[in-house]
Structures are given as C-alpha cells and as structure tokens.
Write a protein that binds this ligand. Structure first.
Ligand SMILES: [Zn+2]
Length: 161
C-alpha cells in the first residue's frame, strides 16, 4: 500500500483499539486513542523508509525488524506501541496488496503475500485497506475479550474452582 493507505489503516486501527480498551467514549477513550494512535501511525510509516534506504519490501519489511520493535520497550522503556504500527503495515502489505513482503529477509528473499490483495494503484486499494483494518480489529477484539476469559477459566480449573 501507499502512505495514504498505511496512515488510514493506522488511524482507523487506533480509533478501534481506543474504543475496545476504553469503550465509554469519554476523555479516557480520547486519551487512549492519542496515546496509541501517534506511535502506531509513526510505526506504520516506518517500513516504507526502505524505498530510500535498502531494498523495498525487504530491508524493513521482515520479522526480525518487527521483533526488534516488539522487544525495544522492554530493554529501553520507550517506543511502546510502535510495533503495532509495524505489524499492521506488514499485514496490509501481505493481505491488502498484490505484491507480498520478504518476511524472513535477509535469510530468505522470497516475498510472501496473500492472493486476495489488490494492486496499490487500484481503485479498490482503499476498500481493501478498510477491509483489512476491520478484520484486524475483529481479531484484536477476540484477543482483548476472549483470551482473558479463557485464561480465567483455565486458572479456575487449575485451582479447582
Ligand atoms: Zn510497505
């Protein structure tokens, strides 16, 4: 996707996550959207820096880069949520656009994509972006609302409650 698509994806995703985490729609919801939305949008713009530095859809479009941004906050205590932007950029490039990304670069140069994607220049690019974002939010909602429940039930069973 192009920059416009990645920003649209990051902004809609952050709005959705903000409401999933703080559903009241009050000041706390707004604060959460800004807190998550700014780093996620910056993260979503980062991988395409490899159009100028490195090989596009390879150098900054791989799992080692995502892992580095996932671990960064644990070591240095900042850059939280940036990894979500990187991850959603990868998801949009893999699922929403025709050309895939080299997930295992530099070990393996092959670009992986899903056959459902559209060309970046296509009239359907925005529609594909919104579709991918809705799917992502659905999966995030499952994680936020279902996994704690499964964990609770597992915990209750483990303690014989
Ligand atoms: Zn990209």
């Amino acid at each position: 996707m192009n920059k416009k698509g990645h920003v649209l994806n990051a902004v809609l995703l952050s709005l959705g996550i903000g409401y999933l985490l703080e559903p009241a729609g009050d000041l706390e919801t707004f604060r959460t959207i800004i807190m998550i939305g700014v780093p996620v949008t910056l993260g979503a713009l980062f991988p395409d820096v490899d159009t100028a530095f490195g090989k596009h859809r390879k150098t900054l479009h791989n799992l080692p880069i995502l892992a580095a941004f996932l671990l960064f906050p644990f070591y240095f205590g900042n850059l939280e949520y940036v990894w979500i932007g990187i991850a959603t950029h990868y998801v949009l490039d893999v699922a929403g656009s025709k050309r895939g990304i080299a997930l295992f670069y530099p070990l393996w140069k092959r670009e992986f994509g899903l056959p459902i994607g559209v060309a970046v220049s296509s009239n359907y690019a925005t529609l594909a972006t919104i579709g991918v974002t809705i799917l992502e939010l659905f999966l995030i909602a499952l994680v936020i609302y279902q996994i704690p429940q499964v964990g609770l039930e597992f915990g209750q069973q483990a303690f014989g409650l």
